[in-house]
Design a protein around this ligand. Structure first.
Ligand SMILES: N[C@@H](CCC(=O)N[C@@H](CS)C(=O)NCC(=O)O)C(=O)O
Length: 205
């Protein structure tokens, strides 16, 4: 298999962290530079309405985009350690938590960065600064919600570490570009959780 990916970007990082947690060694990594638009002129450019990473190329040459779909495929191929749920009930609750992290926090974080950070002017044109600022507020609202959740349970989906922790962690790391840190906002539970996840070898950038 071949993983087309990029440094530091949150969706590529989600899949790379998932791969690292699984200890999957048999994947060739192809790093593309999103800043210079290398992905738009690559073999995987046509994989989505707008070219985006990550993309996993299977051994038979078929290509899979969408981070969550790639993780589901790898979970099925490499079941240990389980990161997406063991039975129907657990799978559904983990998926709910993962999508909450993706849509309520990662999405506004990405849109906030793309529309307000000067370094992303080559990726997002036109940039709408007001929209970017509102997205930063949405990110902060979602972070407060996750802080309350993590005050009551050790991991994003409940009692154990799952793909939802990976998604939330990668989103928060990217949110630094918006000068956001959980601790800086007084979100002590979210910060403590983030620091625990950061200690995992798979969390290294
Ligand atoms: N829904 C996709 C989103 C992928 C995505 O937005 N990737 C970003 C990096 S985080 C990208 O490649 N952006 C390039 C661009 O917009 O030109 C997924 O889950 O993988």
């Amino acid at each position: 298999m071949k993983l087309y990916t990029a440094k530091l970007a949150p969706n590529p990082r989600r899949v790379q962290m998932f791969v690292a947690e699984k200890g999957i060694a048999d994947i060739e990594v192809v790093l593309l530079n999103l800043g210079t638009g290398e992905h738009r002129d690559s073999p995987v450019a046509g994989m989505a309405p707008r070219p985006a990473l990550p993309v996993l190329e299977l051994d038979d040459g078929r290509r899979l985009s969408e981070s969550r779909a790639i993780c589901s495929y790898l979970e099925a191929c490499f079941p240990e350690p389980n990161l997406m749920g063991l039975d129907a009930e657990e799978r559904a609750f983990i998926e709910m938590a993962d999508r909450q992290a993706e849509w309520s926090l990662l999405a506004p974080c990405m849109n906030g960065v793309r529309h307000s950070h000067p370094g992303f002017a080559s990726v997002e044109q036109p940039q709408f600064g007001d929209y970017g600022r509102v997205q930063s507020e949405r990110l902060r609202e979602a972070a407060a919600w996750f802080d309350a959740r993590l005050a009551a349970q050790p991991y994003v989906a409940g009692a154990r570490y799952t793909v939802a922790d990976i998604t939330l962690f990668c989103a928060l790391e990217f949110a630094r570009l918006l000068k956001f840190s959980a601790g800086g906002e007084g979100l002590v539970h979210l910060q403590a959780w983030r620091d625990r996840i950061a200690e995992r070898p798979a969390a290294r950038p």
